[in-house]
Structure formats: structure tokens, C-alpha cells
Design a protein around this ligand. Structure first.
Ligand code: SF4
Ligand code: SF4
Length: 228
């Protein structure tokens, strides 16, 4: 899932201060799971913006809409319809959803209400962790299903670095991240030991092929077998 957090209300207010008719558009999949951009958060943000305007002695008309996936054409058309009478759209989908919407609304300004952060998972209520950077050349088969690119603070291919303390990553300890995050390479070692596959660590991982990653500009996937 894509994990994002809502921008501060003051920043959002500033972005949309010149508009009196707004649409707040949510996405009920990833960003709903991380409690930042779903239907409930649309209602909360609309109420907060309305209240802030009233306190400033002004009025604003805010419509609300939420769809299952703002990044997919068939779903976002409902947002496009809802945007018909407004002056601007505030989308609290991830960055992909905001851009998909912008492409469908060339004459209406679109603003992001979230900061999109990473591909991750819900670990427990209120805690989401990054566990994939979309590197394009997945190594999980070599590392026991634990990603060294995203979960090791140094993205080491041949860890550990030796700096972990009590099983915790030294970088995260230094940054005082709460909760402190475990050393990914210790996790990889423990998992492979449990699986009886520690021999995998005897092979030195060669330099990674980063050409499939994001360093070379925008990527795309084109599948002839799926084309009309
Ligand atoms: S190795 Fe690459 S594709 Fe696989 S989980 Fe890690 S970042 Fe994602
Ligand atoms: S302590 Fe572990 S997770 Fe942290 S940088 Fe070193 S090897 Fe990577």
C-alpha cells in the first residue's frame, strides 16, 4: 500500500485560500488504510476548512467525494463529475491519484492534501513501516523475504554493518525514531537461520542492477499482451 500523511491544515488553507467553491476528494484504498485520505478524512478535512473560514469571517462551499481508487480511470470519473461546479479540487489521494485527476481536469486547479511517503504495510493500529522502494529488481528471494534496500538504513546488499545495538539499527537510534527499528540484516540473519538457509549468506551479493530503479527518470510498464 501507499502510505501518506495529511499536510498541516495551515498549509492546505494557504493553498486553497483564493477559492470559495471546493471539492475535497478522497481515495478509499491505501490512504484510507493509513487513515489519512479516505471518506472519513474527507469529511474531517472539509469540516476543518469550513470552520477555519468561518473563524476568519468568510464562507466556503465544500463538496465531498471519495472513490475506491483515484489512480484508476474508471473510478476517478466520479471525481471528475463531482468537480464540475467547483473552482478547485483538494485531493487527499496519494501523488499518483492527484496527478491522474489533474490529467482529467485540465481547467480546474488541483492541490494535494497529503504528503505521500512510501510503499509499506500496516504493522499495527497507528503504525506503518516502509518496506519497499520499488527498486525494479527484487532481492527478497535472497534475503528471506526481508528487504535490505528499504529496511536497512544504509541499503546494504551485504550486511550487517556492525553498528546495531541490542538488535536495533544504529541509524534509527541516532535519529531517535520511535519506536526504534530493528536492524534489517539481523532480521534477515534470524529468518534465514530459522529456515535453515543460512548458506545463502555465504554468497557475496554482486553490485545491484539499479537500471530498473528510479535513477533513470520516470519508469513505465508496457505489456503488449494486455493491450486492446
Ligand atoms: S528488493 Fe526492491 S522490489 Fe524488492 S522489496 Fe526491496 S525495494 Fe521492493
Ligand atoms: S544497523 Fe543494520 S539496518 Fe542499520 S544500517 Fe547497519 S546493517 Fe543496516
Amino acid at each position: 500500500m501507499i502510505v501518506g500523511v495529511r499536510k498541516p491544515l495551515a498549509e492546505i488553507q494557504k493553498m486553497v485560500e483564493r477559492y470559495d467553491r471546493l471539492l475535497v476528494a478522497g481515495c478509499d484504498t491505501c490512504v484510507a488504510e493509513c487513515v489519512s485520505g479516505g471518506r472519513k478524512e474527507v469529511a474531517e478535512l472539509a469540516a476543518a476548512l469550513t470552520m477555519a473560514r468561518r473563524l476568519a469571517g468568510k464562507e466556503v462551499e465544500i463538496r465531498e467525494v471519495s472513490v475506491d481508487r483515484q489512480c484508476i480511470h474508471e473510478f476517478l470519473l466520479d471525481v471528475v463529475d463531482a468537480a464540475e461546479p467547483v473552482q478547485a479540487v483538494l485531493s487527499i489521494a496519494c501523488g499518483a491519484g492527484v496527478q491522474a485527476l489533474a490529467a482529467h481536469l485540465p481547467e480546474i486547479p488541483i492541490f494535494p492534501g497529503l504528503n505521500t511517503l512510501f510503499i509499506g504495510e500496516t504493522v499495527e493500529r497507528g503504525l506503518w513501516l516502509e518496506n519497499c522502494r520499488g527498486c525494479g529488481d527484487c532481492l527478497l528471494g535472497l534475503t528471506g523475504g526481508i528487504c535490505p534496500i528499504s529496511r536497512c538504513a544504509k541499503s546494504l546488499l551485504n550486511g550487517p554493518c556492525g553498528g546495531a545495538r541490542d538488535g536495533m539499527c544504529e541509524i534509527n537510534l541516532a535519529r531517535e525514531i520511535i519506536p526504534p527499528l530493528p536492524c534489517a540484516w539481523q532480521q534477515i540473519y534470524t529468518r534465514l537461520a530459522d529456515l535453515g538457509e543460512l548458506d545463502r549468506l555465504l554468497t557475496i551479493a554482486p553490485p545491484k542492477d539499479w537500471s530498473q530503479g528510479d535513477a533513470g527518470g520516470p519508469r513505465r510498464v508496457r505489456r503488449e499482451d494486455q493491450m486492446p
